[in-house]
Design a binder for this molecule. Sequence first.
Ligand code: MCN
Length: 782
Amino acid sequence: MAVRQTELRPLGKSVGRKEDPRFIRGKGRYIDDIVLPGMLYMCLVRSPYAHARIKSIDTSEAMQAPGVKLVITGEDLAAMNLAWMPTMANDQQMVLATGKVLYQYQEVAAVIAETREQAVDAAQLVYVDYEPLPVVVDPFKALEPDAPILREDREQKSNLIFHWEAGDKEATEELFRNAPVVVKQDVRFPRVHPSPLEPCGCIADYNTATGKLTWYVTSQAPHAHRTVLSLVSGLPEHQIRVISPDVGGGFGNKVPVYPGYVCAVVASLKLGRPVKWIETRTENTTSTGFARDYHMTAEIAAEEDGRVLALRVKTIADHGAFDAAADPSKFPAGLFSIVTGSYDFKEAFVEVDGVYTNKAPGGVAYRCSFRVTEAAYLIERVMDVLARRVGVDPAELRKRNFIRKEQFPYKSPTGWTYDSGDYEKTLALALEKIGYEELRKEQAEKRARGELMGIGISTFTEVVGAGPSHTFDIMGIKMFDSAQIRVHPTGKVIARLGVRHQGQGHETTFAQIIAQELGLSTDDVIVEEGDTDTAPYGLGTYASRSTPTAGGAAALCARRIREKAKKIAAHLLEVGEEDVVFDGVAFSAKGLASRTVTMKDIAFAAYTNVPEGMEPGLEATYYYDPPNLTFPHGAYIAVVDIDKGTGAVKVRRFLAVDDCGTVINPMIVEGQVHGGLTEGFAIAFMQDIPFDEDGNCLATNWMDYLVPTALDTPKWETDRTVTPSPHHPIGAKGVGESPNVGSPAAFVNAVVDALAPLGVEHIDMPIYPWKVWKILREHGVT
Ligand code: MCN
């Protein structure tokens, strides 16, 4: 149950969400709610072909259509030196296609008109003459020597984008050579899409009198977007104001800069009027931010009792036509090298080949996990393969191989330093709570009756926080984050942070941190994010980084204010500063509990009665560069029953025990877990974006690409352990991604466990009923 916002010492309490009243009452303000005087509308013309040469583009009829003000093509942008824009990776993306198109639905022209309808109608009148070219959709075929070279603009004459390695190859090989047991499994993580309810969109509003561009945009990272826009357009950064209003879900989809954004800005600069562009669902599904699409092969070398020795992983990563992966600069495969997971491998060697294909740009960090999801799924799946091979229960195998709590800080063989964890405790709680032994007995009885019941475990380790800046940057921008707190004379606080929430509840949780540090209630604190003219520079909300970075900044910024408050308190109490104590609610004179002043008294004094020589006012800014990432973990258990007649999988129970360190708001954390589990369920059972051999995208909207509702998912059961991060100011670790990272393996492991008596060792996601049905029929089950 939620507690009231007026409570003092709110940290760790389920304070009701401050943002909910406006959402529930329809008072949220999303991009499409914003209507500016004189606003024009933009529609993009997109390619029907996945690979084709553009012989000509005729815009003359569209230009004559009612209401049309402008039609932009790639040639126009080239003349302005804007034909290409940088992506989040070490690549460039065509803003509007010139020469040839590289994927179906690629942006070819932009039509701007007085109304949305006029823009849509006129877009049909842009005639593009295409000459189809051979299409490559299979990343393995893209690497064959005779494959057509897709990116003629690149010096490198192959479709290989990068080859990336982590770990010690020789040492790993050595352990494999002598290992008593070696298991190997091919595993595919399908191409999926973040699917926010609100698609992407923006309004570019260039003021010809002031030279200032106000850019309203669905953005998870407004400051980074401002910098990119400045670099792309040449507009000075202080003449750009990026406002990210309420964002209807991001899940990683709103991290990149998309071609439509650039076109809207160009149109506004040219026409001197505001230009709105809002995607359709199909545009969002087909051309923005695909994720995953990893073809992985993992091998584990182990002892006969299942103790692991070494891990070897080889991956082909399908990035589509442009490498738009939102992966940190130094990590072309993101954080994939966390693939050794929760286990004490002696050595590991990981290779990833990034490949171009004729598909929309991919690699965006869905639920922003920077490839941790792929890694966690792989290791948790292959640990089950090993368990079966050595004949050890999967829970027991995990216990045998866990990094023990006394090993932290733990240096992984691929170079990560895990900050903290207690994997045994978390798994023990999960096993007890789900009644593991009873479930195994029930399963044995059911198996004896020929029924198919499965139990799947996933004991994943996450790595979240993108910072510290010495390790992470995106396009050279160092990854830290910020908070600015201003205490008004009446003791009310406005705090602005560099991150930008899209539903995560920051207005509540960051108010809790600040209120806790200052002796206030969350009612006293307003948190604002998303406006680059008011908030301090930050890198945005993804990678579950807000709590590890901006959360740290908020706590330390509040402590900076408290230091000054203490001086003012000493002045008011007429004692030395060293004699002032703060008990979380008030400042008092040591030994004289009756003489107290509150933050409200101090705030008033800060503007009216400061000690001599002290600067008046009570505000501070803090840029927090964390010393390390944070490493949350969890133990998830799924229980499934399979219908032999239809192949349908029913998830009967799902328990998620998470450890994200100190919890700021248990209710919000639980909400995050429910959301992420729902996404994990969808990935495991419902979602894939397939392409036919001509490169036609076969999942173009939510009729083909399924998004689950509460009717599809099981009742989520949750619990937690708390292992505080040793370096975070309040011991918190991120949690947003964990359920999405940890759950797919639990689902799949449960299904494979149910099918194990038939000799099934693996089944690729999504586990559609027909796939299971086919397996059952192949094994003579009727
Ligand atoms: N929290 C907490 N205690 C902790 C950790 C977190 O109370 N120990 C709270 C935080 O303060 C915050 C929320 O839980 O209110 C999530 O925090 P965090 O894990 O730091 O993640 P971020 O705020 O950085 O959110 C990013 C993460 C990611 S990567 C995606 S993508 C995502 C997600 O969270 N997209 C979301 N959750 C989403 N939830 C909604 N509703 N919509 C999205 O687009």
